[in-house]
Design a protein around this ligand. Structure first.
Ligand SMILES: NC(=O)CC[C@H](N)C(=O)O
Length: 375
């Protein structure tokens, strides 16, 4: 592997020096951190990471290489990766290539060999911010300036661009990787026609919908409520996605026109859009929640779930008063993690019940959606 010098420059002037991996060159994005111990491939290919440079806080990455089955989107969506130590010798029966080769082939730049603990603490203290990874030998001052003048996430509609251009049907249940790649579980007879808004969705969400008996039609983010209702679905699913929820063109009005007419289930960006549709507000968090170890309390049962998360915006609790019931909160910082409008047969969560990567404590929520549709 090459050992070309690379620099990570943050907008506030902080610099980290390390070695380049993946594609050689320069990349600009919002520098965020993820605390998952594994699952870097699902993280990199999650479309919610569009425009972001992901720092993995766990110190060694790349040990299991990369394979074609673990992709959540159709390509690497993160624009950069930061790691402490890059394993050069992947060891896993499913590995087809190394993480370095995978990122190189994807044209995505990485930096390794930096003190990621210092970087994560810095981001926690000063907030997620724009940054540049470069192995092109530019002066640190020029790189900091580039990061400082780069456009941040607020006000950015990234979901519309990453959404599917054409509607398509999805009927594949979850693959069972432990009994052989590509093999599928015993199929559940499809009972529900579900329209899924693609704001940048992760494949595993669709698999889990199919697993509970859904025949899913995935539609572009700009599809109107009339077009969706004309399909006479049993339910509407609002997916995750990148960027600022308040900037997704027309999404709040569209979802407002669906609420009350058909059961609705939203995840992450879908949850935020549901809150906006109800008349609530969203805001940018200081550094967000990304990882597989976020404790969430279900206020309706008192039960705590350990959840997978990936978001930088959140729903403002106070803005929901009288509009929706807050059903879940994050035990680390008390932020809203779930809401429901029982009369409208609608609910949503900020976290990721599909995990990928992460714990499956919350997978039952797909079943809850099926139950709502069953009436
Ligand atoms: N995973 C998601 O859907 C992320 C939603 C939104 N882009 C956020 O950061 O908060």
């Amino acid at each position: 592997m090459m050992t070309k010098r690379a620099v990570l420059a943050l907008a506030d002037g902080t610099l980290f020096e390390g070695r380049a991996f993946g594609a050689v060159g320069e990349t600009v994005g919002e520098v965020v951190f993820n605390t998952s111990l594994y699952g870097y491939q699902e993280v990199l290919t999650d479309p919610s990471y569009v425009g972001q440079i992901v720092t993995m806080s766990y110190p060694e990455m790349g040990n299991v290489g990369a394979n074609p089955e673990d992709e959540e989107g159709s390509r690497v969506h993160a624009v950069g990766m930061v790691v402490r130590a890059l394993s050069e010798q992947p060891s896993n029966w499913r590995a087809k290539e190394s993480l370095d080769a995978y990122l190189k082939r994807s044209g995505v730049a990485g930096i390794e060999g930096i003190d990621t603990r210092r970087l994560v603490r810095h981001l926690r203290e000063h907030g997620a911010q724009m940054g540049v990874i470069s192995s092109e030998g530019l002066s640190p001052t020029a790189l900091v300036e580039r990061a400082r003048t780069a456009r941040g996430m607020e006000g950015l509609d990234l979901a519309t661009g990453v959404s599917t251009k054409e509607a398509y049907t999805f009927t594949q249940p979850s693959p069972d990787v432990f009994t052989g790649v590509g093999e599928v579980q015993a199929p559940v007879e499809p009972r529900f026609d579900v329209v899924a808004y693609d704001y940048g969705l992760k494949k595993s969400m669709l698999h889990f919908l199919v697993d509970v008996g859904c025949r899913v039609t995935v539609v572009p983010a700009t599809t109107t409520a009339e077009e969706v209702l004309a399909r006479k679905p049993h339910g509407v699913f609002l997916a995750n996605g990148p960027g600022d929820p308040a900037a997704v063109k027309g999404a709040d009005r569209t979802v407002a026109a669906l609420l009350g007419k058909v059961p609705v289930f939203g995840i992450c960006l879908g949850h935020q859009i549901m809150a906006l549709a109800l008349g609530g507000r969203t805001y940018k968090m200081k550094f967000g929640h990304r990882g597989g170890n976020q404790p969430v309390k279900d206020l309706t049962t008192g039960k705590v779930e350990i959840t997978a998360q990936n978001h930088g915006f959140a729903v403002d609790d106070a803005s929901l008063k009288g509009l929706a019931v807050v059903t879940h909160i994050n035990l680390n910082d008390g932020t809203v993690e779930g809401l429901a409008v029982p009369d409208a047969r609608a609910f949503s969560v900020q976290y990721h019940p599909e995990a990928s990567p992460g714990p499956h404590d919350a997978r039952y929520l797909f079943g809850r959606f099926a139950k709502l549709m069953a009436g």
